[in-house]
Write a protein that binds this ligand. Structure first.
Ligand SMILES: *Cc1c(COP(=O)(O)O)cnc(C)c1O
Length: 381
């Protein structure tokens, strides 16, 4: 299979000779109507019916006990880690193969990442690798899990469902129980992805979703914390909205809170986008299946959902036979107006995380060198 035939195939999928982006938002539902309604009502900011409505829609779709809307996915992660009790000086186990926001959120809690390898099946955090790292480097004490060498607490595990493909959650939950760790799912990319019938982000203590412009649905910018219980949900809402104690006119705040609330204007967009999510999921599955057929012959390996999961196929990906084939494909496609992208550089290569402890990262390094993301906007079918 030649790189040129890939360009041709993508052009055929999208039926256009124009530039093809990696993932473009689509507003062909009630977006204009709802957004206009917020403007006309003047309730564009922190008060308004769409925030509540959007949270309820996400709760009923994901099965989360309480969903809390935030300004973006990074804020949702930050609030999740705060709620999970991550403290200054703690370690948090995560994958090196992720978008930088995962690590920024824990860094701004005063914590430091520990990088563990990903599974070749999910491209997300590998439960076995986590257990092996902990067996070698940690002990469980009266106060929780401790990193032996530094005597610092290891507080939480943050897996990321890469491109929407759910990680092996049952196994990861078992590892977290064994080592007394809190599980926070970075579900930024996985709205619409299910693990054994359960929505990603609802199996851990907290899950963080993103509605950035390139995600499966968008609110312009936005995020959501999925909380395990109504009580944790109420506290999360409180702390993400300045922790003000309700009173007709007094200002009293009982905790150092965040101003992370999602504006009503953005939530209006979210409500309209939730109405078309199911349709996008169908279109994206169809797109993925066409890519899968196309790549079935040849030595480029299309990334498919793990057998235990129903993935949203947020970003389609292919593993190239060599680093050189990857570079050629990147160059050819982008020069031909078909946008493709390499995966993120591994987190331990970035200056702020270069000294973080890490296990073996064989799979992460292989994927980093060989993977390319392909155009993934929903197609008309
Ligand atoms: C998009 C994304 C985020 C952050 O979401 P924002 O809404 O852009 O802040 C976090 N983690 C991962 C893995 C993401 O892809």
């Amino acid at each position: 299979m030649s790189q040129a035939s890939i360009v041709e195939f993508v052009r055929e999928l999208y039926q256009t000779n124009d530039f093809i982006p990696l993932h473009a938002p689509k507003f062909d539902g009630n977006e204009q109507k709802y957004v206009l309604e917020t403007i006309q009502s003047t309730f564009v900011s922190s008060v308004g019916k769409f925030v509540d409505e959007f949270e309820k829609k996400i709760e009923s779709y994901t099965g989360s006990a309480k969903a809390v809307a935030t300004v973006n996915g990074t804020a949702a992660l930050h609030a999740s880690l705060y709620m999970a009790g991550v403290q200054h000086g703690d370690f948090v186990i995560t994958q090196a193969l992720t978008f930088v926001a995962t690590c920024n959120a824990l860094y701004h809690m005063g914590a430091e990442p520990i990088f563990v390898d990903v599974s070749p099946i999910s491209l997300g955090l590998c439960p076995k690798a986590v257990d092996e790292f902990l067996t070698q480097h940690a002990i469980v004490t009266d106060t929780g899990c401790m990193h032996k060498q530094t005597k610092r607490p290891i507080r939480a595990v943050v897996p990321m469902h890469t491109f929407g493909h759910p990680v092996e959650l049952d196994e990861l939950i078992a590892v977290c129980r064994k080592w007394n760790l809190t599980l926070v799912e970075d579900a930024a990319e996985s709205l619409g992805s299910f693990y054994k019938g359960k929505h990603t982000g609802t199996l851990g203590d907290f899950g963080a979703v993103s509605f950035n412009g390139n995600k499966i649905i968008t609110t312009g910018g936005g995020g959501m914390v999925l909380c395990k219980t109504a009580e944790l949900g109420a506290h999360t809402k409180h702390v993400t909205t300045t922790a003000k104690v309700p009173h007709p006119y007094e200002f009293y705040h009982d905790e150092a809170g965040f101003n992370y609330r999602m504006p009503n204007l953005n939530a209006a967009l979210g409500c309209a986008q939730m109405e078309v999510l199911e349709q996008y999921l169908i279109e994206k599955r169809e797109l993925a299946s066409r890519y899968q057929d196309f790549f079935a012959k040849g030595d480029f390996k299309f990334v498919v959902e793990p057998e235990y999961a129903m993935s949203n196929y947020w970003l389609n990906a292919v593993i190239c036979p060599s680093a050189q084939a990857r570079d050629t494909l990147l160059k050819q496609t982008n020069e031909s107006g078909v946008m493709t992208r390499p995966i993120w550089q591994l987190m331990h290569r970035l200056p702020m995380f270069k000294n973080a402890p890490r296990g073996e990262l064989t799979q992460s390094e292989h994927i980093e060198m060989h993977l390319i993301n392909l155009p993934s906007s929903p197609i008309s079918i």
